[in-house]
Design a protein around this ligand. Structure first.
Ligand SMILES: [Zn+2]
Length: 670
């Protein structure tokens, strides 16, 4: 493999890996098997080893941790982190209590009741008071060693204070929940310039803990609340409440509001109280945990293979509901993402009536095996859109209907395509009515074409009056037609027309961003505008030549390429150009000094690789070719030029040296 194709291959792999990283870590919604990911990763590593020039620091292989995903070292939990029995019902809490009573004979006992934080369980190991390592719960027996990432967690003590007795345990395993507060979660979604937002605090915490670059983890504002201990050597804890108090004195932040209860009635009352009040908390709790307070009694009660008998989680029931799935509607987003939405028999969840829930995508429908007419479990937590969790299969009557995957857009009937990731369906039609309104708003938005006054209500009005059908039509609006709209003041009509007119002169990067090509953000739009100089040039590019641009990966390249191949898009673009919208990158003007000239490069150059020289030529508006022909304007001749030199002489092509070429690039010579 030559250098150029290696470089392309590496860029492609990097982009793919980053894409899957995002799916896995940030969205907790992986699209490929770990094994497949590992294969991509190994491939990238091999290429980078064979072509070390291209092993750049931005590569996923260069992250802090030495090994990827599979390579998180495993940590065995000497005392397994068992799971908890869950219940949603008071009755089951009562029978839990009866079992305890029976098993403890006549002994009196107490419960400690605490929040069930909706986070990620971890174990922290301290050796002689110093944090040594930590791991996720994993399957309970073995977790991922995420020591480096845990070190970035707020309120995670690195060094412990001694116990009040002056003693320091030789070994102390604290167990707790890593989480992101509601406030920090909000901030995080505001800060990170992401096309897709983090879905919810728990998934984000889980993903962040498993990031391979702990510098990124550090930015995720993870916090921890400790709820217990695992292995302890060198001291003896006797009661749960007492242990937590001691842990607090050692420097841990512990789960607050622990309540001791003598009867299950008190337990239920306390749980119900927090079910109502949990909104006051700055983190999400999804229930309460009820534990027998005495460690010696815990030992007596023991565990089943799966879970301890002395503990139960009471999950807040109102978060989930069982209701009928009446219909599945297909929704089209701004960028054309097709989302199946469950239309539900209205049901009350946490005080609000839910009649719609997301099904994410059609793979999810398949995974859940959900059908129209099913009784489904629906969940709503916090600000998150309600989602369908699963099917109550035992309630099936046999009349349920399979949900068909649409092949055409419900709004414009264009053929749908699968996303590059292979999961989401998309409608790529720029004139799709369902996407149109959102697209126009994006087109006019401040960072795009910046058309002041073209807000939601006005766009709606224009669309419903059929004054516009797409964003290009905006440039064909005239003062007369606006003035005649009811309740539209002459002055605002004038202002809008002026703003629209002014926007025509925007630089190409704004226009490219405004087009709303999927995956193309402001920065990429700028890169593309700089690199290709004109819209016409950008349109011409193949996926490969787009991928060859720094910062443009295969996913984005594919998306750009598809955008310009779409017939409807072509028409809209033509309208924009006809209206006189600027389609060039202005500024220095250097971007077109070689416009219309075709170069062939031969021999080895001092200052450039041949690929690099070719890129420069194209960057400045020229074309390159690998073979000489009648259209060739210049042969750039380096050392040892070979046969092309002779051929150029025969064809009468102008032959220039590297230094002449240099002058030309600087615009000094034509
Ligand atoms: Zn459509």
């Amino acid at each position: 493999m030559d250098k150029m194709s290696a470089s392309k291959k590496i860029e492609k792999l990097k982009e793919l890996i980053r894409y899957h990283d995002r799916k896995y870590f940030a969205e907790n919604n992986p699209e490929i098997e770990d094994r497949e990911y590992d294969r991509l990763y190994a491939q990238l590593k091999k290429f980078e080893k064979d072509f070390p020039d291209f092993a750049l620091p931005d590569s996923p292989t260069q992250r802090v941790s030495e090994e990827p995903l599979a390579g998180f070292k495993h940590m065995r939990h000497v005392i397994p982190m068992l799971s908890m029995n869950n219940t949603y019902s008071h009755a089951e809490l009562e029978s839990f209590d009866e079992r305890i009573k029976k098993n403890l004979g006549k002994e009196p006992y107490e419960y400690a009741v605490e929040f069930k934080i909706d986070g990620v369980s971890v174990a922290l190991i301290y050796e002689n008071g110093t944090f040594a390592r930590g791991a996720t719960r994993g399957d309970g027996k073995t977790g991922d060693d995420v020591t480096e990432n845990l070190k970035t967690v707020k309120n995670m003590p690195h060094v412990l204070k001694s116990l009040p007795s002056g003693k320091m345990p030789r070994l102390l395993e604290a167990r707790g929940e890593v989480y992101i507060s509601k406030k920090d979660f909000e901030k995080l979604n505001k800060e990170e310039a992401r096309e897709e937002k983090f879905a919810n605090p728990r998934n984000t915490a889980a993903g962040s803990l498993k990031l391979l670059d702990s510098r990124i983890t550090a930015k995720r504002r993870l916090d921890i609340l400790v709820w217990g201990t695992g292995r302890v050597e060198g001291t003896d804890f006797k009661y749960h409440d007492e242990t937590l108090k001691l842990l607090e004195e050692m420097g841990f932040k512990i789960v607050p509001r622990l309540e001791k209860c003598r009867t299950i009635k008190e337990v239920i009352k306390y749980c119900d109280g927090w079910q109502e009040r949990r909104k006051e908390l700055d983190y999400t709790i999804d229930g309460m945990v009820i534990k027998v307070n005495s460690f010696s009694q815990r030992e007596k009660l023991g565990s089943t293979a799966k879970s301890p008998r002395w503990m139960i989680a009471y999950k807040f029931p109102a978060e989930k509901a069982l209701t009928g799935l009446l219909e599945v509607k297909v929704q089209v987003g701004r960028t054309g993402t097709i989302t199946p939405v469950a239309i539900l028999k209205p049901v009350c969840i946490s005080g609000s009536t839910i009649s719609r829930a997301t099904l994410h995508n059609f793979d999810e429908i398949k995974r859940l095996n959900v059908k129209v007419g099913d009784m489904v479990y629906v969940e709503k937590s916090g600000e998150i859109i309600p989602k369908v969790l699963g099917v109550a299969a035992e309630k099936r009557k046999g009349t349920e209907k399979r949900i068909a995957v649409p092949s055409r857009c419900p709004s414009c009937h264009s053929t749908l395509h699968k996303d590059t990731g292979g999961v989401a369906l998309r409608c790529d039609n720029v004139s799709c009515p369902a996407q149109t309104e959102q697209k126009i708003l994006h087109f006019a938005s401040r960072n795009a074409m910046d058309i002041e006054g073209l807000g939601e209500s006005i766009v709606e009005k224009f669309l419903s009056r059929r004054l516009i059908k797409d964003y290009a039509d905006v440039y064909y609006l005239n003062f007369e037609s606006l003035k005649n709209l009811e309740r539209f003041a002459e002055k605002s009509a004038r202002n809008i027309i002026d703003a629209i007119d002014k926007s025509k002169a925007n630089d190409l990067n704004r226009l490219i961003f405004a087009l709303g090509i999927r995956h193309v953000g402001e920065k990429a739009a700028w890169t593309l505008a700089k690199r290709f100089g004109t819209l016409a040039e950008l349109k011409k590019q193949s996926v490969d030549s787009l991928t060859a641009v720094n910062e443009i990966g295969p996913v984005m390249a594919e998306s750009i390429h598809n955008f310009f191949r779409n017939k409807e898009n072509t028409l809209v673009l033509a309208k924009l150009e006809k209206a006189g919208v600027n389609v060039r990158m202005a500024g220095s003007g250097e971007s077109s000094i070689l416009e219309g000239k075709t170069f062939v490069i031969t021999g080895s150059l001092d200052g450039y690789t041949r690929t690099g020289a070719g890129e420069l030529v194209r960057h400045l508006g020229g074309n390159t070719s690998s073979s000489l022909g009648r259209n060739t304007d210049y042969l750039v001749c380096g050392e040892k030029p070979g046969s092309k030199f002779e051929k150029a002489k025969k064809l009468g092509v102008k032959i220039i040296s590297e230094s002449e070429f240099n002058k030309m690039l600087k615009g000094l010579k034509k």
